[in-house]
Design a protein around this ligand. Sequence first.
Ligand code: NAP
Length: 242
Amino acid sequence: MASTAKKVALITGANKGIGFEVARQLGAAGCVVVLGARNQTLGKEAAAKLIAESLDVRFVPIDVTDFASVAAAAESIGRDFGRLDILVNNAGINDPGDGPAPTAQLAAVERVLRTNFLGVLAVTQAMLPLLRKSPAGRIVNVSSGLGSLTRNASPNPSSPTFIGYSASKAALNMLTVQLARLLSDTPIKVNSAAPGYTATALNDFRGTQTIPEGAAEAVRLALLPDDGPTGTYSERTGIVPW
Ligand code: NAP
């Protein structure tokens, strides 16, 4: 087992978009980055790009909906490092069949929930024993402002309505709240980051923020000091109402 004084950080869905940028920024902050991706070729290419920037990065295959691959990733991190300091649950999807509750396709809603909520729960359960071995574990759930019940309850929400995607992120926020409470007697902190509307493949690059702007809050929460908060939901500009 390679013992390292550096923090070990796993980022899921890190071959592109916000996850790739979180990987880059955590690498630049001195972490060993375990770059998770479901596609071997894309994952290895992404890791190579960051290695070319002199960052300490290795690729691990992980499809968050394939629980055998999740278990294998945990085993490989355990073997290589014996612990995990930072878990950024970033992998996420939307689906063209998702939409307003009266008409959204059920199969699409199921797919979105499976990746954005169940996948995160599976990864978190698999990684928790390794996070417990860290002196300062951090879990960042990459949520969305679309998961805010308060914002959705507004008579004129500023965003379009997708029952599957929004429910998946609201469920993810529930994971943040419950896990933060259950782990409150440990050093592990669990927080939800809302990236804001960011130009990535997820929205055909229509987002109004840059990718570094979209990654900023997740990176901040991943690097929280020991007196930092747990059980919060925030975006770059401040707290998001649940
Ligand atoms: P993106 O560019 O489409 O990246 C999504 C990443 O997740 C890709 O690497 C994708 O892999 C990966 N992924 C999808 N399903 C996966 C699975 N089953 N297992 C492992 N990886 C999987 O989108 P993004 O905007 O960077 O999204 C990152 C996170 O931010 C998501 O959770 C999203 O909901 C959240 N978010 C984004 C915005 C925004 O405006 N962009 C706003 C709020 C929240 P492939 O390349 O193989 O598909």
